[in-house]
Design a protein around this ligand. Structure first.
Ligand SMILES: Cc1cc2nc3c(=O)[nH]c(=O)nc-3n(C[C@H](O)[C@H](O)[C@H](O)COP(=O)(O)OP(=O)(O)OC[C@H]3O[C@@H](n4cnc5c(N)ncnc54)[C@H](O)[C@@H]3O)c2cc1C
Length: 382
């Protein structure tokens, strides 16, 4: 068991850290609410081979394990939260869904422009009546000859206004086995996007209205019996979001460490007070514990092992830790921590929504308990 990355894994992580701190950090906290894509940053990551590093080599990627991509995501997010958030969708999102489950034609069409940052994907699972109860989704897809016709409404689709394509979970038949996934161009006739809504981070989300929207049947990724495979791919996507929040929270932790030595009260640095020391230590312990659980989950996924319980545990601890660390850093900064002049409240608003996105902490705890007792809980029966 080796706890330190070596070889190419270390090189990619260190390169991501250096580039992100040198090139992205200087403007990372300017115009904080502007969440439009950091296209220049994404292009640079693509040129350096970081953006597509874990996608297959034959389609323009680097062919590296997912662990490499996710360690890089953590460093990119540490340098620039907005770039990290946007790189995430390429480095662990639909690209890896397509690499795993796509046809040869789909891989050739969709993966290369992701690696070069020319195209972007969003992902759409949630519906107005199907959030935690994802398998209740109703958005309907029907294959008619060479076409696939879609009808229904999706919600909470992050960043869809900036995406070229959307990976959409849809229903081909009744029951949880009837769920599949399709690849939809944003300009597909019959698809309308709502005006943007905003998360507390400033990031945008959209409703999607499908009214006899028609795509080629060749853009069906999985035409049913897919929920298990889709959720397995989503386990890894979730780990990407976890390392993203840890990278962002590390900024708040750094700020707290610096502040406790520079801020003096009662004639001494506030670091001298034991209650401040306890806060610092608790933040560090929780961050390290979160990292270990996440890295283990990702490494197990790279070995082809199922990670449902690991990724749920990694998700709960990483997202709750990141919120706690940003919140505690605000407390340590006293009145300054409550001011918009520092980026701390924004860092908190960047990480807090992740306790909900990707499945709430409650449902992940329920899944962990389910694995522990060895039976599925039927949430419909109480
Ligand atoms: C920042 C952000 C980005 C997002 N991006 C996307 C995206 O790009 N694409 C997408 O499809 N979706 C996205 N979502 C939506 C997200 O997946 C849902 O918000 C999430 O799954 C919860 O669904 P809901 O909001 O309908 O809450 P609900 O399911 O209505 O839950 C409400 C509350 O009830 C609790 N609850 C519900 N059922 C249970 C249960 N069985 N046991 C215990 N507690 C339960 C929940 O934990 C929660 O506290 C995003 C959300 C956020 C916050």
């Amino acid at each position: 068991m080796d706890f330190e990355p070596t070889g190419a894994t270390k090189e990619i992580r260190d390169l991501a850290r250096r580039v992100s701190l040198e090139r992205f950090r200087p403007t990372a906290f300017e115009n904080r609410e502007d969440m439009s894509p950091r296209r220049g940053n994404l292009r640079l990551l693509a040129e350096l081979g970081i953006l597509g590093c874990s996608l297959p080599e034959e389609y323009g990627g680097g062919g590296r394990p997912d662990l490499d991509a996710l360690l890089a995501v953590e460093q990119i997010s540490y340098g620039c939260p907005r770039t990290g958030d946007q790189a995430l969708m390429t480095m662990t999102g639909p690209g890896s869904f397509i690499a795993r489950h796509g046809t040869e034609e789909q891989k050739r069409r969709y993966i290369p422009p992701l690696c070069t940052a020319q195209e972007r994907f969003s992902i759409s699972l949630s519906e107005p009546e199907a959030g935690t109860a994802l398998t209740d989704l109703k958005c309907r897809a029907e294959i008619v000859g060479n076409d696939c016709v879609i009808n229904g409404v999706k919600t909470f689709c992050s960043d869809a206004g900036h995406a070229d394509h959307i990976l959409v979970f849809v229903r081909f038949a009744e029951g949880s086995l009837g769920i599949g996934a399709i690849l939809v161009h944003r300009d597909t006739p019959g698809l309308t996007l709502s005006a943007p809504h905003h998360h507390i981070s400033g990031g945008s989300w959209f409703e999607l209205f499908f009214d006899d929207a028609t795509i080629p049947a060749g853009d069906v990724l999985l035409d049913g019996d897919a929920i298990g495979r889709l959720l397995a791919a989503y386990d890894l996507e979730r780990c990407g979001a976890n390392v993203y929040v840890l990278g962002v929270a590390q900024i708040a932790l750094d700020m707290a460490v610096e502040y406790v030595e520079s801020r003096r009260q009662f004639g001494r640095p506030i670091a001298d007070f034991q209650m401040v020391q306890q806060k610092l230590a608790d933040m560090w312990i929780a961050m390290e514990a979160s990292r270990l659980l996440n890295y283990r989950a990702i490494a197990r996924a790279d070995q082809g092992l199922p990670i449902r319980q690991d990724s749920s545990a990694a998700k709960v601890i990483a997202t709750e830790t990141a919120s706690m660390v940003c919140n505690t850093a605000m407390q340590i900064h006293g009145g300054s921590g409550m001011s918009h002049e520092l980026p701390l409240d924004w860092l908190y608003r960047m990480v807090r929504p992740r306790e909900v996105a990707g499945g709430t902490s409650d449902i992940h705890r329920s899944q962990i308990a389910s694995a522990m007792v060895g039976r599925r809980f039927d949430h419909r029966q109480g």
